[in-house]
Design a protein around this ligand. Structure first.
Ligand code: KG4
Ligand code: ZN
Length: 347
């Protein structure tokens, strides 16, 4: 059963053809990083305009790479939220028009559900039930997943998402957008014990909080760097990789250690509390090298089976939307052509 997935929830235009919810035939992603990086973050209006330009070429390429025609499709699966409303509108309108013109059924998928199903696109797939940690630019949450459509939220961020904290810290350090990969890279050269940034463990809760950490980094930067003689990217100096002073590497490593400590510890609590020894890690921040390593170590120590999608399936992609859409289609959960995207859409 072939499904065309479409995701335009944020700043990537993506289309993919997936067979039976598990096998990727094509997965095309057109990134908008070059457009947004000069502003230090996503500009929603520019994002939706670029989606309009790219949606047709990206879908066309996904179909051509798969070597199939529209009559081969069982359905089209589109992400309807959560995300930027102007961006979501492009994908949803395009999917509806295509379904109408080609007489193809439509299914609508929650973006978070897509992240939950991304590990099923890998060779080794989790059985139910499992604990899912989703860490992205917009979300940081833990779920107990008992089957398709059976998601119990165990915890969520009370303020910033982990990826958002990476992006904001990167911006205040003058390191550019998106912050996650840059900080991940610089952290390798820094000392994670150099600065003791706070970890918000929120006792008795599986919720997260990262805004205090972000403020601590800001305060450190204000008091320790801005007044010093460091050639700081903050003052527009030393933009080249080799020019980045050691203190920036140390801030990156220490910040990352604080984020990863909390994510891994909370996930460990969830595993113990729920008595489930199966774990998935997905979302853009799941591409982080330190988080992957530390989660693997924790899983090995506790005898937990860990399923992490490859890096390109952690960040936004339409293959995961097709993977989740497969289950909606099988359950007969079709969407009408009156489908509207929703910016805030809890799972
Ligand atoms: O899942 P995703 O592509 O989009 C959302 O649904 O939000 O996640 C994007 C987020 C960004 O905040 C980006 O900085 C972060 O994932 N990210 C990373 C890494 N790669 C991407 N964060 C930490 N380390 C990385 N290697
Ligand atoms: Zn995402």
């Amino acid at each position: 059963m072939l499904i065309l997935g479409i995701d335009t929830s944020c700043d990537d235009t993506s289309a993919a053809v997936v067979e039976s919810g598990t096998t990727i035939i094509s997965n095309i992603i057109s990134s908008q990083t070059d457009i947004h990086k000069q502003y230090g973050g996503i500009v929603p209006e520019l994002a939706s305009r670029r989606h309009i330009e790219m949606i047709w070429p990206v879908v066309d390429e996904a179909m051509k790479t798969a070597g199939i025609s529209y009559t081969d499709l069982a359905c089209i699966s589109v992400c309807r939220g959560p995300g930027l409303i102007g961006s979501l509108l492009v994908g949803c309108s395009f999917a509806k028009a295509l379904c109408y013109a080609k007489n193809i059924p439509l299914v609508a998928v929650n973006h978070l559900e897509g992240h939950i199903f991304s590990p099923f696109l890998e060779k080794t797939k989790p059985d139910y039930p499992f604990i899912a940690l989703i860490v992205s630019g917009g979300h940081t949450c833990l779920y107990r997943v008992e089957g398709f459509g059976e998601y119990v939220e165990l915890g969520r961020t009370r303020d910033d998402a982990a990826g958002e904290a990476y992006d904001k810290v990167s911006k205040l350090l003058g390191l550019g957008y998106p912050g996650g990969p840059v900080i991940d890279n610089l952290a390798r050269k820094g000392n994670a014990r150099a600065i003791d940034f706070p970890r918000a463990y929120l006792p008795e809760s599986l919720d997260f909080s990262f805004s205090g950490l972000k403020t601590a980094v800001l305060n450190f930067v204000k008091s320790e760097i801005s007044s010093s003689n460091y050639p700081s990217p903050l003052r527009g100096e030393g933009k080249g990789e080799g020019d980045i002073p050691h203190v920036i590497n140390d801030i990156s490593a220490s910040f990352q250690a604080a984020v990863v400590d909390v994510l891994v510890r909370k996930t460990e609590w969830a595993i113990r509390k729920e008595r489930i020894r199966r774990l998935t890690l997905s979302g853009g921040v799941a591409a982080n090298s330190e988080l992957r390593m530390r989660t693997q170590e924790m899983a090995d120590e506790r005898g937990v089976e860990l399923f992490m999608p490859s890096l390109s399936l952690c960040t936004d992609n339409a293959a995961m939307i097709a993977a989740a859409g497969f289950h909606h289609f099988k359950a007969g959960n079709l969407a009408g052509l009156d489908l509207n995207p929703v910016a805030y859409l809890p799972l």
